[in-house]
Ligand binder design. Structure first.
Ligand SMILES: Cc1cc2nc3c(=O)[nH]c(=O)nc-3n(C[C@H](O)[C@H](O)[C@H](O)COP(=O)(O)O)c2cc1C
Length: 395
């Protein structure tokens, strides 16, 4: 129901809410960042998923193979632990590249949706999936939202984050900044090792060998077992991801509302299914004494460092020059095959739901590269704002 200037939203309790078009447009915020700014677009069952990246320095060699490799780490079907939706996720470049270099103009990258099957979503249209977005999406957008494949709320949206992250990572690597995330735990299987951060390449290779993207072959096997177990029971499982950002110079960030922790957290919480984040010792710090938690300052190779890193490389919202370390909690995939209680929004009766369809039994392995991408986007944004990286790169 549209009027000339207003959009009328029918809410589920049949109240009509009139809002102006301008207000309606503001309802969805799909842009993130200040100088390195990304705008996410597309829906799970629409034509494409994409991203517009504004603020990439000019003169960066455009390495499309690298972007594709990053996307491949996120795409479905890499192992038996992912959804059976079959997508190529092949990156296409629409703008911003000339003579194989970035021009400084907005870069638009897309992937096409190919394996779209909306039948299950039509079947369950009125049944609210527990801990999924159906109810809140209705409350917010009324009958307008595209519910097919969870529309804008789908994990598929994060392909755009990965494409932007791949560009950010390439800029950062020119300044010797690298990022590595890995699966820290799945269910009760936890990798409690502390990794020597200097061995970046070696850790990277180890991670690529593990189907669950962990660094320790024994822990990896345990994690695989945890997923196997829930798959047999039509259930799902959560886990944690740890991320290191190396070589961020000291003094980056800001106090109060502009802290590194604040902005990393904002980006990380834009990834669907993330329910927690901690920096350094995080929640463990609440059980420690000052004498245990404090990181002693030392001189190493003529530079001020700390002998340990429970602060996670950030104090007062500003980088210390130690690796930035954070850990995120990923919830179990909400869509499961087990019978669950729910409500039919059309009849307003309590019913049961058994979700059939193509769902990840565990989101963690596919989310690793997404977490890295968000970290890269945030750090590059800071470095551009603070003038540590120029807007035109030398060759
Ligand atoms: C890579 C990725 C894959 C996902 N796959 C699924 C899935 O197969 N089934 C599902 O129900 N949710 C999946 N999700 C999670 C939902 O999108 C998410 O739980 C939902 O949008 C609600 O948001 P919230 O969990 O952040 O509150 C996935 C998320 C990500 C990041």
């Amino acid at each position: 129901m549209k009027t000339t200037h207003n959009i009328v939203i029918k809410t589920i309790d049949r109240l009509e809410l009139k809002i102006s078009r301008e207000e309606y447009k503001k309802m969805g915020d799909n842009t993130f960042g200040t100088k390195f700014k990304i705008t996410s677009f597309g829906e799970s069952h629409g034509k494409v998923i994409g991203v517009v990246i504004d603020g990439t320095p000019a003169g960066l060699k455009f390495d499309i193979d690298y972007i594709q490799k990053e996307l491949d780490k996120r795409k479905p079907g890499q192992s038996k632990f992912t959804t059976t939706r079959k997508e190529q996720d092949k990156v296409e470049v629409l703008s911003g590249i000339f003579n194989n270099k970035t021009t400084g103009a907005p870069i638009c990258l897309i992937i096409k949706n190919q394996d779209v099957d909306s039948s299950n979503y039509e079947k369950y249209k009125n049944l609210l999936r527990p801990s999924h977005i159906d109810y809140v999406m209705q409350q917010k957008f009324g009958d307008f939202a595209d519910y097919r494949g969870s529309g804008r709320f789908s994990g598929r949206i994060t392909a755009g984050f990965v494409m932007a992250g791949a560009i950010a990572k390439q800029v950062l690597s020119r300044f010797n900044i690298s990022i590595l995330a890995y699966t820290r735990s799945i269910g009760d299987a936890e990798d409690t090792k502390n990794y020597a951060l200097e061995n970046f390449e070696q850790l990277f290779q180890l991670r690529e060998k593990s189907p669950v993207r962990n660094l320790d072959p024994d822990a990896s096997k345990q994690m695989e077992k945890e997923i196997d177990l829930v798959m047999k029971k039509d259930d799902s499982i959560g886990g944690t991801i740890r991320c290191f950002i190396y070589n961020v110079p000291p003094g980056i960030g800001g106090p109060i509302f502009n802290g590194l922790e604040s902005n990393i957290s904002k980006g990380i919480f834009s990834i669907p299914a993330i329910k927690g984040i901690e920096f350094g010792a995080g929640f463990r710090a609440s059980r420690m004494k000052g004498s245990e938690h404090n990181d002693p300052w030392i001189i190493k190779n003529g530079k001020i460092k700390t002998s340990k890193n429970d602060s996670g490389g950030i104090i007062g919202g500003i980088s210390t020059g130690m690796p930035i370390v954070f850990t995120v909690a990923v919830k179990p995939t909400p869509s499961i095959g087990l019978i669950q209680k729910t409500v039919n929004i059309e009849t307003m009766a309590e019913e049961e739901i058994k979700i059939e369809g193509r769902n990840d039994p565990c989101i963690v392995p596919r989310a690793i590269v997404i977490v890295e991408s968000i970290a890269a986007i945030v750090v590059l944004d800071y470095l551009l704002i603070e003038g540590k990286i120029p807007s035109v790169l030398g060759s």
